[in-house]
Design a protein. Sequence first.
Length: 160
Amino acid sequence: MSPSCDICQRIARTERGENAFTVARTRTGYVNLADTQYHEGYTIFVAKRCVAELHELEPDFRLSYLREMALVAEAVYRAFTPKKLNYELLGNDVPHLHWHLFTRHADDPRPHGPVWEDLEFLRALWTNSATPEEARLTLLKQRLLAALEATGLTLEQRFV
């Protein structure tokens, strides 16, 4: 863990039970609903290890992490039935491996472009205006957890 890394700090809060958006811990990472649910089901899969690039992970851990990411994506798809699922691994701002799994639904306001072109989505990110109420967040977490369990993914800990 790096004390200067925002994601490492979020992981520490998760382990203390202070992150309401975490759904589960796997062998290689953490499954979190994004704080902003403008795209309902938007999930982030964070690596346990604080590295900036995939190639920095040891080969066996890297393969496990990628396998788990695919299973998390499958669970997101099962839980939220999007029209399309977008995958992004950026890390330009926070250099700690984390996948953005964006659910793109039929009513998506910009269905043919990346989410980053949707000014309303960006506004929701910047202002936290699409943060779900506690009851809704609990329901979303339960749906995702049930779908994670259905994939057969080994969960070290559940946070629901």
